[in-house]
Design a protein around this ligand. Structure first.
Ligand SMILES: N[C@@H](CCC(=O)N[C@@H](CS)C(=O)NCC(=O)O)C(=O)O
Length: 116
């Protein structure tokens, strides 16, 4: 996935987290723009005018909405042997959702999402 990649998100959103996992697994560098959902940015309203929801993935100026579609898009627009990243995203997502009580157990997952 070459060119400019921007993710509009809001940190507690599990939909946004799903996209962050896919980007991290594929090693894609991107700019993260945090949205205030009570005061949505002109960029969000322009990129997702119908639903006005995050996340929105913007690839070279083109918006992709709906987190599962984004994961599929990331999968299909990057080189990999089998384009199976969406299944791995689902596994990690479930792991994060089920392990949140012990912060230390999820530290590596949080680092992964932040690209550290
Ligand atoms: N089906 C969408 C759900 C996105 C969604 O519900 N986003 C919420 C935040 S988690 C949102 O932007 N809410 C703001 C609003 O509804 O005005 C997806 O998978 O991307």
């Amino acid at each position: 996935m070459t060119g400019e990649v921007v993710l509009l998100g809001f940190w507690p959103s599990s939909f946004g987290m799903r996209v962050k996992i896919a980007l991290a697994l594929k090693g894609i560098k991107y700019e993260y723009k945090s949205e205030d959902l009570r005061d949505k940015s002109p960029l969000l309203l322009k990129m997702n005018p119908v639903h006005q929801k995050i996340p929105v993935l913007i690839h070279n100026g083109k918006p992709i909405c709906e987190s599962l579609i984004m994961v599929q898009y990331i999968d299909e627009n990057t080189s990999s042997q089998d384009n199976q990243i969406r299944h791995l995203v689902c596994l990690i997502e479930n792991a994060i959702i089920n392990l949140l009580k012990g912060q230390e157990q999820t530290a590596w997952l949080i680092d992964l999402l932040d690209g550290r």
